[in-house]
Design a protein around this ligand. Structure first.
Ligand code: COA
Length: 465
């Protein structure tokens, strides 16, 4: 009880220590020298094993359970960095200077204020849509300026949002105030000339990436608010990205501990190799389509239960199980029904997922702070023991990033159906970084399929079939 920010850092460093004891800490790159194309590799269905490009952005070692962003160990980033700094690192390839970081944080905060998109979004009754569907829609609406990735300074502009801006009132203070305010407050964030470069001074692509990182968070928060019948909130000037996201989503100023834990969650989800949603974004961008559509493709791919949607399924499953005592019986039934246990297994990790190594003790800490989490956390731990003892050794099935993240989000009062949008909020930086890197040497994606159909069918008119 009474955990501090130092405790959070300690928990992350203890997880790092355990990981390194179990897996060693020497990097093990597949290629140490310049890559010579074409490359020979063994490809399985779903492009498993296929190598599509080179990258300096991130490295996942599935056998050992390592995750590296731009050379930095995920454990160190979670212990010492912030989501803003990590996003800058992913996008620009290096950690920012103090001035650059300050500027980047201000830029993101300013761009979390996107009244036009938020208000346009509210005219689509987003509270009735699946949150990921609404997020994809909001991302498309964010496309105020049509910019083709890779076409720097193409000068193609055009309003794609046409809505009556004043028709939807904005509540600009959290509910709980004596009376909600349905008018715009004096702007909290005025553009400061010497703080944020003007849009003209920034390459179009970079400007879009910043818009997307800030904007997807603001849209996600708007959707969460709308689903509770509330109006969007503006970001606060004294909160960082994670704090503002939480505030704008829940309408409650987060505690420093909540802000820090959310920051770690965003860092952990920011990038992860050529996963399905990153690949989807890259495929769309490789056609030189619009970057907002490319990120929309990432959001679509992420929404499925085999990818980002798993964290919602995990919480539903833990609720279905009900208690730690019920785990053995439930698991027997799941095996008999050949059900996959949500939050376990991974295409790449055949060892304990380093992200779960960090999230598990954080969930434990939060459960220690909030009595209503005790049972769900204990059920999760019991299920982990059951599944790992049955499948760990034999099939290399361990908890993945989605297994404990839902418990963490629940401690912050976030409704389960919003969890996958949090994943998207974080992953936008990885999607943008990977798209930008790929477009430097763009080649449109075009794999092949092996035709196993027939050749000699005779066409018959419909009335003869
Ligand atoms: C993530 C996932 C799609 C990876 O799939 P994959 O690499 O194609 O692995 P496979 O589905 O081929 O599984 C390999 C074996 O492990 C088993 N397995 C994999 N994940 C399992 C799980 N979550 N529960 C039980 N068994 C699992 C499979 O049944 C299969 O067994 P078999 O060899 O007897 O047929 C898969 O593990 C899964 O569906 N997990 C649950 C959803 C989830 O948590 N997704 C979030 C990922 S971050």
């Amino acid at each position: 009880m009474g955990y501090t920010l130092d405790d959070v850092t300690r928990i992350v460093l203890e997880a790092k220590e355990r990981a390194h004891q179990e897996t060693g800490n020497e990097p093990e790159p597949e290629f140490t020298s310049t890559v010579e194309w074409p490359i020979e590799c063994t490809v399985g269905p779903g492009l498993e094993g296929a190598i599509a490009c080179e990258t300096k952005i991130g490295y996942v070692n599935g056998k050992k359970g390592w995750l590296i962003y731009r050379g930095y160990d995920i454990f160190d980033l979670c212990a010492y960095s912030t989501f803003e700094e990590t996003s800058f690192l992913l996008l620009h390839g290096r950690l920012p200077s103090e001035t650059e970081l300050d500027l980047f944080c201000r830029t993101l905060r300013r761009r979390m204020f996107i009244p036009k998109t938020q208000r346009s979004l509210l005219s689509f009754a987003v509270e009735e849509r699946n949150p990921m569907d609404a997020l994809r829609l909001g991302t498309n609406l964010m496309r105020q300026k049509q910019i083709r990735p890779g076409a720097l300074n193409a000068g193609i502009t055009g309003e794609t949002v046409a809505s009556d801006e004043d028709s939807i009132p904005m509540e600009t203070k959290p509910t709980g105030w004596k009376k909600p305010v349905y008018e715009f407050l004096e702007r909290l964030f005025r553009p400061v000339q010497d703080v944020e470069p003007s849009a003209d001074a920034m390459p179009d692509d970079v400007e879009s990436f910043y818009n997307l990182i800030a904007g997807v968070a603001a849209v996600s928060a708007t959707i969460g608010r709308a689903r509770q019948g509330r109006m969007p909130l503006e970001p606060l000037p004294d909160l960082g990205f994670a704090g503002n996201y939480l505030y704008m989503l829940t309408g409650r100023r987060p505690s420093p501990l909540e802000e820090r834990v959310m920051d770690i969650c965003l860092i952990l989800h920011a990038d992860h190799g050529m996963n399905a949603s990153t690949f989807a974004s890259m495929v769309v961008a490789s056609t030189l389509s619009d970057i907002y559509l490319a990120i929309g493709a990432g959001i679509s791919a992420l929404s499925g239960p085999l990818h980002g949607g798993a964290n919602v399924e995990v919480v539903n499953m833990l609720e279905e199980i009900g208690s730690p005592e019920a785990v053995p019986k439930w698991y027997k039934m799941a095996v008999a029904e050949k059900r996959k246990v949500m939050g376990f297994g991974h295409r790449v990790y055949k060892a304990y997922d380093p992200r779960a190594r960090i999230l598990a003790p954080l969930a434990e800490m939060l459960a220690d702070e909030s009595p209503e989490l005790v049972s769900i956390y204990a059920t999760a731990r019991a299920l982990e023991t059951e599944v790992v003892s049955a499948l760990g050794e034999e099939k290399k099935i361990f908890p993945n990033v989605d297994f404990y993240s839902g418990i963490v989000y629940r401690s912050m009062g976030i409704p389960a159906d919003m969890y996958t949008t949090i994943f998207a909020v974080a992953r936008v930086s990885g999607w943008c970084a990977r798209v930008a890197e790929y477009l430097e040497h763009n080649r449109i994606f075009r794999p092949r399929a092996i035709y196993t159909g027939t050749f000699d069918e005779q066409y018959k008119p419909a009335d003869e079939r």
